[in-house]
Design a protein around this ligand. Structure first.
Ligand SMILES: Cc1cc2nc3c(=O)[nH]c(=O)nc-3n(C[C@H](O)[C@H](O)[C@H](O)COP(=O)(O)OP(=O)(O)OC[C@H]3O[C@@H](n4cnc5c(N)ncnc54)[C@H](O)[C@@H]3O)c2cc1C
Length: 437
């Protein structure tokens, strides 16, 4: 047992698995004599099923384990380390706080319903140990309190939101990366293996558009590569709808989703890039897409659990849809008979990644052609995506189902026309359909 420190703060890492631009960590270091960085592995969550799908696939779990390993290494280089707890945070964190005499637990502020419920339980349990729970907003580019409207008045139409934010708000400066962290002695990292968690490791598929590894180090390398290393950002707007390869889009999403990359960091690096090499429509467009990401987060803050419901935020009731298990399985396994949809679904199943163009098409097909309940499609994406993020995923699905933030009420894509435009030479379809999967 550790001696009781005069002022020790626990930093509870969740989906903010980084040292750069991490206000939670920076504040804890500033306020406390010692900080104890922890991650809580709730294995029960891995077993839980939602609409018949697992909460995570082996691919995303592997990415998370790589990320935690990297985070531990980064912390150790600064004199600290990562302690991994197993169990429910509302049970484990108060025990730890008591053991170390911690006065405060610092954590990321949540926007989604389930995560907020867990935070409320943690706060209540910590209170009994006379330990304060304090949260910081670290997952968006713009801070919620800098928006030109209150959360309840956030426009439901993206363009209205974007125009006001672009003109009336500013992205804050990034929080400094700590150079030194004082912590009690932390034992070597004890991460469960894939096997311990009942999962089988997956080898990367050579055709994958996302063959990268998890962790802040890889995230920052990728940022450097896409901007200053290769200048791919200069053509982003022209290439972002392509389907094959590493550089047609930034591929920042998986690191952004688990917080090993900060969206504010991306923003400021794009601004640096523009200063050095000049801006164009493409450099603007990357920030524009990050604003979509922010928009969905703020939308969940405003509408809470509604965007997980069949009816979403639609004002008119939408027709009921049935669930045909055979059709759902054909869609998942790339056996619908629509080659463009099938190729995309096989890419997702094999690698955990799919381009934005692909996601729009397969989701539209599931909703409008197969006429299935959109929430099952969203739940499969939740299980499967390496970059799964509740707000971006459920927000985009609700949008395509016509129960979210789309003034045009439901977007139906003509998949044959889309294939002819975006996969003119059929290379993408050949890539994923030619091999037995
Ligand atoms: C049905 C559906 C489900 C989706 N689910 C997710 C998800 O779970 N997680 C996720 O990160 N993205 C999701 N997206 C958005 C988008 O497809 C991915 O962010 C993008 O394809 C990731 O590749 P990239 O990082 O190379 O993107 P880039 O084109 O390089 O874009 C840069 C960043 O902008 C953000 N972004 C881009 N497009 C969107 C968008 N439509 N909505 C919100 N943010 C966006 C992402 O953070 C992305 O990393 C979904 C889109 C659809 C249509």
């Amino acid at each position: 047992m550790q001696e009781c420190m005069k002022k020790l703060g626990i930093v509870w890492f969740k989906t903010d698995l980084r040292l750069h631009d991490n206000e939670t960590l920076a504040t804890a270091i500033q306020e406390c004599e010692q900080v104890l960085p922890v991650y809580c592995f709730d294995e029960a969550l891995l077993e839980e099923k939602q609409l018949g799908f697992k909460r995570t696939s082996a691919i995303r779990l592997q990415f998370l384990l790589e990320t935690l390993k990297d985070l531990d290494q980064q912390l150790r280089e600064k004199g600290s380390g990562l302690m991994v707890l197993k169990g429910k945070p509302e049970e484990e964190l108060p025990k730890l706080a008591k053991m170390y005499g911690a006065t405060k637990v610092f954590a990321k502020r949540e926007v989604c319903f389930e995560e907020k419920q867990i935070d409320a339980l943690v706060e209540k349990a910590l209170w009994k140990e006379q330990c304060v729970f304090e949260t910081y907003s670290t997952s968006t580019m713009y801070n919620a309190s800098d928006l030109p409207f209150s959360i309840k008045n956030i426009p439901d139409v993206f363009t209205t939101f974007r125009k006001r934010v672009e003109h009336e708000s500013e992205v804050r400066a990034i929080a400094t990366t700590p150079s030194n962290i004082k912590s009690p002695t932390i034992k070597p990292l004890a991460l469960p293996s894939m096997d311990d968690l009942g999962y089988v490791s997956i080898n990367s598929d050579e055709r994958s558009a996302f063959p990268f590894k998890g962790g802040e180090t890889n995230a920052l390398n990728r940022l450097q590569h896409y901007l200053f290393g290769t200048h791919h950002i200069k053509n982003y707007k022209e290439t972002r709808n392509e389907l094959i390869g590493l550089d047609y889009s930034s591929k920042f999403s998986a690191w952004l989703a688990n917080g090993s990359l900060s969206p504010k960091m991306v923003y400021h690096q794009v601004k640096n890039y523009e200063q050095l090499f000049g801006g164009n429509e493409s450099t603007y467009w990357l920030v524009f897409e990050l604003l979509w990401r922010d928009f969905f987060r703020f939308a969940f803050k405003k509408h809470q659990a509604k965007l997980f419901h069949y009816q979403g935020i639609a004002s008119q009731p939408i027709p009921k849809s049935t669930l045909n298990q055979t059709k759902v399985e054909q869609w998942i396994n790339g056996k619908t008979g629509d080659a463009f949809v099938d190729a995309n679904m096989i890419e997702l199943k094999t690698t955990g990644f799919m381009s934005n163009r692909g996601r729009q098409n397969v989701a539209s097909f599931f909703i409008h052609e197969l006429e299935q309940d959109w929430r099952y499609g969203a739940a499969y994406f939740e299980q499967q995506l390496i970059d799964y993020d509740p707000c971006s995923n459920w927000g985009n699905w609700a949008y395509l189902a016509g129960v979210g933030h789309d003034p045009r009420a439901g977007r139906k894509f003509d998949t044959e026309k889309q294939a002819a435009t975006y996969d003119k030479n059929k290379l993408y379809r050949q890539l994923w359909l030619s091999k037995t999967n």
